[in-house]
Design a protein around this ligand. Structure first.
Ligand code: IDP
Ligand code: MG
Length: 162
């Protein structure tokens, strides 16, 4: 059944996805981007950036009481990060499914971390964990003008919208 255009538009959401320095250094950018792209999500922003430690602390502010916080922020700021925004129906939650569990020892095979990472401290990718974090993280990493809104020709085939 064809989906109504308005219902489709109402379900659209955006999430912040980042390939961490380990994923970039290991040459996994195209592998990871292709998984989101082939699924049917739309790339609306992308840039390669070396975040400062202060910036990493802002990004991970929720974890500041955790023992690994300092090492995590040192790591995130240790090299290039590929920051992205992906758009699609249910992309926040399903993006986390594509990524897999935080600890790659527990991530299912077939997920990004399950297939491509081994330890929790080097789990190659970040994805927003809910609508509020997605909003905050997109605003932290990108200026509004860096988000590109465009019609994708594939959309009617992905969503069945007329
Ligand atoms: P998430 O990335 O799956 O959302 P969070 O709990 O938000 O997981 O943790 C953020 C990041 O902190 C993880 O992706 C991982 O790199 C790191 N991390 C989480 N737990 C540990 C730990 O127990 N030891 C070391 N690093 C950890
Ligand atoms: Mg998290």
């Amino acid at each position: 059944m064809l989906q109504d255009q308005e219902a489709h538009a109402a379900e659209m959401e955006r999430t912040f996805i980042a390939i961490k320095p380990d994923g970039v250094q290991r040459g996994l950018i195209s592998e990871i981007v292709s998984r989101f792209e082939r699924k049917g999500y739309k790339l609306v922003a992308i840039k390669l950036i070396v975040p400062s430690k202060e910036f990493a602390q802002k990004h991970y502010h929720d974890l500041k009481e955790r023992p690994f916080f300092n090492g995590l922020c040192d790591f995130l700021s240790s090299g290039p990060v590929l920051a992205m925004v992906w758009e699609g129906e249910g992309v926040i939650k399903y993006g986390r499914k594509l990524i897999g569990a935080t600890d790659p020892q527990k991530s299912e095979p077939g997920t990004i971390r399950g297939d491509l990472a081994v330890v929790v401290g080097r789990n190659i990718i970040h994805g927003s964990d809910g609508p509020e974090t997605a909003k905050d993280e997109i605003a932290l990493w990108f200026e509004p003008k860096e988000l590109v809104s465009y019609a994708s020709n594939a959309e009617k085939w992905i969503y069945g919208v007329n």
